[in-house]
Structure formats: C-alpha cells, structure tokens
Design a protein around this ligand. Sequence first.
Ligand code: ADP
Length: 815
Amino acid sequence: MKDKKMVLYHRILQIFILYTFLLNINFSIAEDNYVLNIRVGAYDNRPKIYTNEFGQIEGLFPDVLNDIAQQESWKINYVYGSWNECLSRLDNNDIDIMVDVAFSTDRAQRFKFNEETFLVNWATVYSKNDIRINSLIDLKNKRIAVMKGSIHTDGEHGIKQLLQQFAIDCEFVEVDNYKDVLTCLSNNQADAGVVNRIFGSLFFKLYDVKETPIIFNPSHIKFAFPKQSSIAQKLIDRIDYNLAKMKENPNSIYNKAMYVYLSGFPRKLIFTKKTINGDNVFLLTHAEKEWIRNHPHIRFGVDPEFAPFEYLNEKNELNGISFEYISLINNRLGLNMQVVKDMSWNTVISNAKSKKIDVLPCVSITNERKKFLKFSTPYIHFYRAIITRTDMPFLTGIHDIEHMTVAVQENSSHKDYLLDQTSIQPKIYQTLKEALYATSNGEVQAFVGNIASAAFWIRKLNLVNLKIAAPTSQEAQTLHFAVRNDWPELISIINKGLSSLTQKEERAIRKRWVNVEYKPGIDPGVVWRYILQIVGASCLIFLLFLFWNFRLKKEIKKRIQADRELNKANQRLKKLDQLKSMFIASMSHELRTPLNSIIGFTGILLLEMTGPLNDKQKDHLTRVNNSAKHLLNLITDVIDISKIEAGKIDVHPKKFMLAEIIEEAIIAIEPQLKSNNLTLQKYVPDDIQLYTDKKRLLQSLINYLSNAFKYTEKGFVRISAELIDDKIKVSVKDTGIGISQDDIPKLFNAFERLESHLKIKAGGTGLGLYLIRKLVTEILGGEVFVDTKIGQGSTFGLIIPKSISLKNENENDNP
Ligand code: ADP
C-alpha cells in the first residue's frame, strides 16, 4: 500500500515536472511570438520626428524605429507631447522609448541610453537678416530665442552655460519648438536663435533669417529609456543590433531616411525601389524599347520663366534643373525629348491638352492636370511661399493673407492650391514676372508661388522691395515629369530613367543650381565688386588729386617766383624809365642851348644886320632857322613830358585872370592866325580868377589853338570858357577836318598822328595832345575832352579846378 502510494506520489511529481517543463516550453514560445507593445514619446522636431497632415507620426527616427519594430515584431504606439512632457513621461516610466535624445552625463544619471549613436548633431545660431553676428561676443545684450529644455539651451554645454562662461549677458526668449525659434527671429521677437543644425539647414530659407558662424555643443543623438523599465535592456540590445546592421547596408531604411530627410527630399523616396547608389537600374523591357523606336520625336514644353527649374535664358537657350535631368535621361535611354520654344506657359498648357506637346518635364500634380496628364515619380521638391512687399506686416502663414488681394500665376499648381484649399480668390497673372511686378508696385498685396523661382526672379529683376514673407506650409511640394495621358508607356520609361540616376549625378545637378537659389537682397559678391570698384576709383581720383595738387603747388611756386621777378623787373624798369626821362630832360637842356644860338644867329643874319644876303643865302638861312625852331619845339615838348614822367616837373601856382591867359594864348598863335583866312572867336568871361600853374595852362591852350588852326581850312576857331561850380571849362572849337570815331581813342597818345590830307602840311610831332593830357591831368588836376565828327570840325577842351588843390601841389612838390 505504501509502495502504491509512493508510486502515485512519484507519478504526480513526474507529471508536475513534465507539466512544468511543458509549461516552460509553451511560455517561451508564447513570449517569442508575443507582440511587444512599445510606447514611444513623440514631439515636433522636423525632420527628425513630427506629425504629418493625417495625424501620423513620421520623420527620421520614427521611420527607422518602425523598420526595427517590423523586424522585431514590436508594436509601436506613439505618445505625443511637448519635449518636456516627453522627458517627464520617461522619468515616470509612462513611455518605454524616447527618440532623439542627446546624450549627456547628466542625462545618463536620469535615463538609460542605447550604445549606437543614431546621428551626431550640434547647435547652430541663426540671426535676423539685418544684424551681424560673427562670434559669441556679438550676442551681448541680444534677445536669444531658444527651445525650452533643449540640451542646446540648458545642457552642460548649452547656450546658457556657454554665455555664462564668457560673462555675456543676454535675454532668453524660451519657446516650445525650433519652428517657433525661427519664427521669433522673422517676427522681431528675438535677435538670434538656437536650433539644431538639421532643422536649421533644412528650414532656415523659409524664414527671414541667416546662419551665423556660431556652432556649439556637438552631441550624440540616441534613444533614451526609463531607468526603472524592465524591458529597457532588451530594447537597447535589439535597437543597437538593428541600427548597426542598418548602418552597414547603403540601401537600408536608415541610410535612405538619412539621405532623404537631411537633403529635404520628399519622404516617399525612402520607400521607392530606387536605390541610393543607383546600382539597381531597371532595364527597359522589349516593348518599351520598341515604343522608343516608334516615337523618335518627343516634344516637351517649358515655362520660360520657371527658373531655376526650367527657363529660357537671354540667348533663348533652355536652362535649369529639369533640363539637366532630360539630357541625362535622353542619353541613358535613347529618348529624343526636344524642347518646343517660343510659347508662353499658357500656350504650352493648352498645347499639352490638345496633345501638340507630349511632355512637361517639371510640373506639380493638380486635379486639373490629372485630367490630361500622367505623372512620373517626383524628382525635385520645392516649397510654396508667400511673397509680399518688405513694408508689409509680419505673416505667419496662408491664413494671414485670406483677406488680401493675392497674385498667382495662371496655369500654376499654386492657383489650384489657393482655389482648392483656401478661400482666397487670387488675381491671375499670365507670367511669374508679371505677378511679381504687380506685388512690387502694390497692385496686389501678396504673391503665392514657388520659393526658388520667385527668389530667382526677385533677384534677377532687382525687386528689392519684395520679401519672402512666410511659407504656406513646411511640406515640400514635389515636381514631376508629366506625359500626355495616352502615352502611359513613356511614364514608365521616364520613371526607369529617373531611377537609373545615381546619387552622385543628382547631387551634381543640385549643387549647380542650389547656389543660384534664394539670396536675400543684393548678392554680396556684387556689393563687394561695386565696393572694390568704388574704392579703386576713389584711390585713383585721390592719387590724381594728389598729383594735381603737387603740380599745382609747383606751378604756384613757379608763379610766385615769376611774380617776384616780374615785380623786380618792373621796379627796375620804372627806375630805368625814370632814369631815361631824367636823361632826356637833362640832355634836352644841353640841346636847347646850342639850338637857341642857331636860331638867334640865323635870325641876326636873316635880318641882314651883318650885311646883305643874296636870295639863295636868305632861303638857306630861313630853312635852317625854321628847322632849328621846330627842333626846339620838339625838344621843349620832350623835356616837359620827360619831366612829368620822371615826376620832376615844377608846379608854380599863382593867381591870374582867365581872360588874361586866353589873350596871351591868342597872341602866341597870331602868326598862324594871320597865315590863313580863319576867324577867331572868343567867348570868355572877364571875371574869372584862377589859382593854378599859369605857364602849363597857357601851354595847353596854345597847343589846342595851334591844332585848331592847323587842321581847319575854312570857317572859324572859337575859344570859349565858362565857370562850372569851382571848375573852369575851356573849349576850343573849330570847323576843320574833324576826326573819325575810330581814331578818337588814339588821340592823346604819344607820337600819334592821324592820316589826313593835312598831315604833311600841318607838320607836327604827335606829342601835342599827349603833353596836354599829361599837363592837365597830372599837373593841373583836371581832365581833357574831345567832341568831334569827321568833316564837321572838332571841339577840344579841358576842365580844371579853379584853384589847384594842395594835394596836387604837394604831390608834385614832393615826388
Ligand atoms: P601834331 O599836331 O603835332 O601832329 P598832336 O598830338 O597835337 O600832334 O595831334 C595829334 C593828331 O591829332 C594830329 O596829328 C591830328 O591828326 C589830330 N588833331 C589834333 N587836333 C586836331 C583838330 N583840331 N582837328 C583835326 N585833327 C586834329
């Protein structure tokens, strides 16, 4: 009985052990097939992780993690929140994995991290477009937008710590995500902002910001797990294993996602069959090759202004990204796609509808276009943006322009977008240029279009009052080849052609054209060129100025020197002139003495006081006597002139009656009066008394009267005088030959004798009037005048003070 019992116990134990064993096996199997439900923290940080338009979480991390989950049969449930919410959920073990966490020793105290780094990231500082920030020092007293809780903000190598180390004070504007950081800059709520390099490089062009040279805090981005999680280690192992494997395979989702997201390409490219390195070229089928042979000419039409994608340059040559794609595909597949030029975009579209155009190489998909076209896989992407004038207020997105007048290009995807997805009734322009001009000159308030082509034309047309105000969304739009819908074969062929392009080829095309994309304002290169030209020109002008100045100084020096010498020469000449005058004056005296003897003795001989003379002797002696008298007159005049010029003439003022002196003058010229048939008239008041140099006045009057008689053949000579205030005016009028107007200025010059039939008969030296002028102006302190008409006679005269002034006396007394 006891044995039976023992056997029973034994059996029960065996069954239990077997059951336990079987149970164990079942459990293992069940665990292996068990679908782990994993809660993953999600937040908004494009392109690493974000919510798409359908509310699904996607991005670099989710796409890779989903692929790992598929391998590992995990079910991922995303738990959305802000960054800080995600981290506190991780603290509380409310989520199992948090993606996109930068590793730091601080954080390693708080969370578990996997080994394999997902990517290396760092922070980049962006600034508003209108300020210059070149180093950390330039951040002093600036407002800096940062993402709350980010490692780049509060981490041990974050911006706050960094600036504190350098004792740089500034104000921090804390926001929830990187999008808001850049929005703050566009919005003038901050001067600078910190974002991670990936977000920055992909999206900075959508904001009115620029990249600064400041980068900091390189960090290893990993997956983080709660400390107290029981499955953390298992998750870490599997993630590390898969990640390492994926990194090695160039066609893995990891590598494709890195390439697509970090280049800004549409996400769908990650999941196409196309490979990254292009080694998986799809070969054309026999039917496709046949189709190409049967279609030797394929016509494509372009938007002539859709730069930099496709456009006709100044020489009407096709240019742009899509043209390069066409050239590659044509070569590779033996296609002959040829552009049909000289059509507006509207004509191209209507020709595409009527199948006169077979291909449009660079268009986006719209419902309208789907009616007559088929589309290839996308090969370029672009952003749709709102362009406004620079003086327009800040915009955050498309809803801000719903009440505005908005320009859009006819037959563009943007027009369909506005009509389909907004309440805007756009104003349609035939070309992109017209739409931009309309925005620039205020005809409309905003323009919606492709950011790259708009930027290209803004720069090209120099529309400096336009700005890229806001993106319509952060979703990139795709561009495709479109083919007439009755040619589906060509779509398949083009898709194969696109797939055959290597990453290197596509990169090369992008590199060529990305550089000509949006550069705000004027190209700094152009500015520098102008600056250099201006500086060069200024330097040249400055050098010319210096050279000119130098020459001028030299010239001035020369002239001053010449002036000095001229002055000296002048002084010397004046001295010489005085010497000459003095010489003539003294020599003339010496001449006068023998002349007086000649005149005296010939006079005695002619009077026959020394005995009778025959006629011949009388004639000869008369000639000698006349010549000697002429010479004496000449010498007397020369002496007087020389004395005046040398300032050596004696002035002898005295009181006398005017009538007396006029009488004396008449007596002196009596011989002349007698020798011709002229009458002499005299109108002189008796009561005018003068106080002046009598001899010089007499000399002047005699000369005037003498001339009047010499140059008058018939009529009369009249001498008249009158008192005008304290001056006397004496005029000698004749009815003689008169003087032409042209000759008047020459009168009163030395040795000036005018041409007339009386010149020879009258004789003379040409010194008479000159001497009168000198005597009247320089001795008697008066002036001379003449009034004459050719053939009608002349009036010569003088006006002198009744009493000679002391000044004149003094002047003449003290030369
Ligand atoms: P001269 O009589 O010795 O030639 P003047 O100096 O007295 O020299 O006169 C200069 C010139 O002026 C004369 O040669 C003459 O041609 C002209 N002239 C002077 N007085 C008269 C006058 N009353 N009528 C016409 N011509 C005159």
